[in-house]
Design a protein around this ligand. Structure first.
Ligand code: KG4
Ligand code: ZN
Length: 343
C-alpha cells in the first residue's frame, strides 16, 4: 500500500487528505473552511487566512489520519500545494509539509494548485482519457486547457476580466444575498424564470478563445436600477435564474467552440463553480452532442481540497517530478501564462 498525504492551504480552506495509490481511492479528505472569518470583511483577508491555517492545521491533519484509519508512520509521501496562492497561506502548508517529510524520511511533492483542479474530475477513475479539454472555473479562475498528458498542459483560453465565480458573487451581492453568491443563486434559480431578464453573451474582440464576464455584471446592475424597488422573492428567483443561465451559456458555448478546435476524448470541469447544477447538466449536453466523455469533479473535490493535490502527486510520481526538499519553492509551473493561439 502506498499512502500520499495531500495538503492544500493556498487560500481560505485548510485541507488534508490521504490517497491510497494502489486502490486509487481517497481514504479521507478533511476541509476546514474559513468563510465565517472572512465573511464580515466581504472578501478574503490574507493575514487572517494565514493565521487561521496555522491554528487549524494540526486538528485537520490529525482528523485526516484518523478518518483514513492510519498512523503517521504509514505515510509514504507528502504532497503540498506550492503555487499559486496567497504567499503567507502557501508558506504555512509548505513549511509543515517540509517538516513532516523530513521527520518521516519520505518524498515531498510540490503541486501546482491549478493542476490539482484540472485533474480532480478523474479522482477514482480507472484511466485519464488524453487528450482532454479542461475547464477550471472558480472564484479566481476561468480557463480552458488542452491536456495531452500529465505534463503536457496548454492554456488555450481564459477570461479577460472577471472569473465566472466572481460574476456569480458580484451579482448575488447586488441582490443583497450573502457571500459566496454562487450557491445561493444556484438555489434561487430553481424557482425562477431564466428568460425574465435579458443578458447578451459577450464576444471578446481579442479572439474566439477569450471569455468576458464584466459586461454581464454591468447589465445586471442596470437591470436592478430599472426595477428601482426592493426585490421580492419572485424577482430574486427570476434574476438568479437569468444570471445563472447567462454565465453557464457563456461557459458552454466556449466549451463547444474548443471541442471544434482539437480532437478531444473528454471534457473535465472543475473548481468551485463546477458545483453549479445547471453547469453540470449543460456540460453533459454539450459533450454528448460532440460525442466526448463528460467528467465533472465530484462536489467534494470542486472547492479547494487536499485530495486533488495528492492525486496529482500520484500521477506525477512515476514521471520523476519528485522534488528535492530544498527546491520546493522553486517548482516551475507547467501551466503557462498567456493564451496560446487557437488554430
Ligand atoms: O474553487 P473555489 O472554492 O475557490 C476559489 O475561487 O479558488 O470557488 C469558489 C467560487 C465562488 O465564487 C462561489 O460563488 C462559486 O465558486 N460557487 C458556485 C457554486 N458553488 C460555489 N457558483 C455557482 N454555483 C454553485 N453551486
Ligand atoms: Zn482553488
Amino acid at each position: 500500500m502506498s499512502l500520499i498525504l495531500g495538503i492544500d492551504t493556498s487560500c481560505d480552506d485548510t485541507s488534508f487528505a490521504v490517497l491510497d495509490t494502489h486502490k486509487g481511492s481517497i481514504l479521507s479528505n478533511v476541509v476546514s473552511s474559513q468563510t465565517k472569518i472572512h465573511i464580515e470583511h466581504g472578501g478574503i483577508v490574507p493575514e487572517l487566512a494565514s493565521r487561521a491555517h496555522l491554528e487549524n492545521l494540526s486538528a485537520v491533519f490529525n482528523e485526516s489520519l484518523h478518518l483514513a484509519g492510519i498512523n503517521l508512520s504509514d505515510l509514504n509521501a507528502v504532497a503540498v500545494t506550492n503555487t499559486p496562492g496567497l504567499i503567507g497561506c502557501l508558506l504555512v502548508g509548505t513549511s509543515f509539509a517540509r517538516g513532516l517529510a523530513l521527520r518521516l524520511g519520505v518524498p515531498l511533492y510540490g503541486v501546482n494548485h491549478l493542476e490539482g483542479h484540472l485533474f480532480s474530475p478523474f479522482i477514482g477513475a480507472s484511466e485519464i482519457p488524453f487528450p482532454f479539454l479542461g475547464l477550471v472555473v472558480s472564484g479566481g479562475h476561468t480557463a480552458f486547457y488542452q491536456v495531452d498528458a500529465v505534463d503536457q498542459i496548454k492554456l488555450v483560453g481564459q477570461t479577460v476580466d472577471d472569473a465566472a465565480g466572481e460574476a456569480f458573487d458580484k451579482c448575488a451581492k447586488m441582490m443583497g444575498l450573502g457571500y459566496p453568491g454562487g450557491p445561493v443563486i444556484d438555489k434561487l434559480a430553481l424557482s425562477g424564470r431564466d428568460n425574465a431578464f435579458a443578458f447578451t453573451i459577450a464576444k471578446v474582440k481579442m479572439g474566439e478563445q477569450y471569455l468576458s464576464f464584466s459586461g454581464l455584471k454591468t447589465a445586471a446592475f442596470q437591470h436592478l436600477q430599472k426595477i428601482n424597488t426592493a426585490l421580492d422573492d419572485g424577482l430574486k428567483n427570476d434574476f438568479s435564474a437569468s444570471v445563472q443561465k447567462a454565465i453557464v451559456t457563456t461557459l458552454c458555448q466556449k466549451m463547444d467552440y474548443f471541442l471544434t478546435q482539437h480532437s478531444y476524448r473528454a471534457v473535465a470541469v472543475s473548481g468551485g463553480v463546477a458545483m453549479n447544477s445547471l453547469l453540470r447538466k449543460q456540460a453533459g449536453v454539450v459533450c454528448s452532442r460532440r460525442g466526448v466523455l463528460c467528467r465533472v469533479a465530484e462536489p467534494a473535490f470542486c472547492t479547494d481540497n487536499g485530495a486533488m493535490i495528492a492525486f496529482v502527486a500520484s500521477l506525477s510520481s512515476h514521471k520523476d517530478q519528485l522534488f528535492e526538499l530544498q527546491t520546493l519553492a522553486t517548482k516551475k509551473t507547467p501551466v503557462k501564462r498567456g493564451v496560446a493561439q487557437s488554430k
